[in-house]
Design a protein around this ligand. Structure first.
Ligand code: HEC
Length: 143
């Protein structure tokens, strides 16, 4: 092996070592773990949400179908909340079907919407522009 080839191999070995260390820190850092994990009841609610295609008419964080309203903050809305959500799940309205949910299922969907609501605001206008030029959104619970 020529001297120059050895030098290349040496440099590449150093770069690979740095790359490994870098990856180790990136993929083991806390920043990559989800801050909000759904409770088992909320997971059940999410399954019901998906199985019954609530998505096709409703949005969370603006994503979904547009026949019905966005439900990101329906839980904490001053005029709405759990009892209000329950009423819609009981009876539907003319453009929302009446579902035949059990009490447990309704409670699970409401728990899911409660936990979604906890994660933030939609739409979120509470933002500040930092000196660095980045826009920082204000989240619930300081997250
Ligand atoms: C076929 C479309 C459709 C489907 C599917 C649907 N909805 Fe709705 N939903 C609507 C419409 C439209 C409204 C608004 C009705 C009104 O205000 O008159 C509504 C209203 C609501 C409201 C009250 C929202 C508010 O801010 O006033 C809740 C809560 C709700 N739906 C939950 C659900 C859940 C949970 C599911 C799934 C189990 C679901 N909906 C499935 C169409 C739908």
């Amino acid at each position: 092996m020529s001297k120059i080839t050895k030098r290349y191999i040496f440099v590449i070995a150093i770069l690979l070592a740095l790359f490994s260390v870098y990856n180790y820190f990136i993929y083991t850092s806390e920043a990559y773990t989800a801050t909000a994990a759904l409770s088992p009841q909320a997971v059940k609610g999410q399954e019901l949400w998906q199985e019954n295609n609530c998505w096709s008419c409703h949005q969370l964080y603006g994503l979904g179908g547009y026949l019905g309203p966005d439900l990101t903050n329906v839980y904490s809305h001053p005029d709405k909340g759990p009892v209000y959500i329950n009423a819609f799940l009981n009876s539907g309205v003319k453009s929302m079907p009446k579902f035949q949910f059990s009490e447990n299922e309704k409670a699970a969907i409401i728990e899911y919407l409660r936990m979604v609501d906890e994660t933030g605001y939609y739409p979120n206008f509470d933002a500040s522009i930092e000196n660095s030029g980045w826009v920082t959104l204000k989240y619930k619970n300081g997250r």
